[in-house]
Design a protein around this ligand. Structure first.
Ligand SMILES: Cc1ncc(COP(=O)(O)O)c(C=O)c1O
Length: 281
């Protein structure tokens, strides 16, 4: 397997990152995951501009985003992933330096790591829908940054897996924010609601695409908070993300969403989204 580290492609076995890397010591870094279908990346520009924004917000400098843009396609090619679904992971940390909280010397080069893997969407989940659990949103107040510091997300997703659910969805002060690696949408009276862009959620690329599909297909939508107390009244729910696509949610904390089957708006969005993703091949 070939990976990219700092300035070169190399075998994964050769890749070495220092124990003093601030990514390891402090989770001081940002990342992106980009989907590839038959060797073609889905919305790479949006992922790179979000990465640029994350780095700017974290004040990690010294990265020329343009120079990173050739990495994903090369990784896909070098790893024979040009047929079928794959993902490319890119992580940038503040680099290697003695462990001190404040930023290291300005000459410290950021660490850039990227790899590609096969991705296998499970068809049955799209047909039947998935279960979610609700958990308190214990995360920091800059969820708009795609930081590698993901402990609350890890603990919550593990809790979901242990209770037989696909995803954990965070609730802060009675408002449903987003999932551990997905954005959340619910349908009320035929209108799709999803949390507005703010410091409380990651501005998902998939969320953007879903809202574009709503515009194109005249599906009413509003970027408006979904309240936990009103979840029981939701007609449909879905989670959306790069490694999730548009996924129907049919059970929340053991309670069925309506008749426990993916609803019509979810199915419409799921189909349109998949068409769009697989058309990009
Ligand atoms: C917390 C969080 N919200 C939402 C998303 C969905 O974002 P995207 O659609 O860009 O993958 C992710 C993706 O990893 C995420 O980590």
């Amino acid at each position: 397997m070939k990976v990219f580290l700092n300035s070169e492609f190399m075998s994964r076995d050769e890749a070495r990152i220092s124990p003093d890397d601030r990514g390891f010591l402090f989770s001081d870094g940002a990342y992106e995951v980009i989907r590839s279908i038959n060797g073609k990346l889905f919305r790479p520009e949006e992922h790179f501009s979000r990465l640029e924004r994350s780095l700017r917000e974290l004040r990690i400098s010294g990265i020329e985003i343009e120079s990173l843009k050739q990495i994903p396609e090369k990784l896909i090619a070098y790893n024979d992933l040009t047929d079928g679904d794959a993902t490319v992971y890119i992580q940038i940390t503040r680099g290697e330096a003695p462990r001190k909280h404040a930023f290291p010397d300005r000459r410290t080069a950021p660490t850039i790591y990227a790899c590609a893997s096969v991705f296998c969407p499970i068809r049955e989940k799209f047909q039947k829908g998935v279960k979610i659990i609700l958990v308190p949103d214990t995360r920091w107040s800059r969820c708009d940054i795609k930081s590698v510091a993901l402990l609350p997300n890890i603990l919550a997703n593990q809790q979901a897996k242990e209770s037989g659910a696909e995803e954990a969805v965070f609730v802060r002060n009675g408002t449903v924010t987003e999932g551990t690696h997905t954005n959340f949408c619910a349908v009320y009276g035929g209108e799709l609601l999803t949390h507005p862009l703010s410091n409380r959620i990651l501005g998902g690329i998939t969320r953007n695409v879903v809202l574009d599909i709503c515009r194109e297909q005249n599906i009413p939508f509003r970027e408006f908070p979904v309240f936990e107390g009103e979840l029981r009244a939701a007609e449909e729910m879905m989670i959306v993300g790069t490694t999730t696509d548009v996924m129907p949610v049919v059970e929340v904390d053991g309670r069925r969403v309506k008749d426990g089957k993916p609803g019509p708006i979810t199915r419409k969005l799921m189909e349109a989204f998949q068409k769009m993703v697989y058309r990009s091949r």
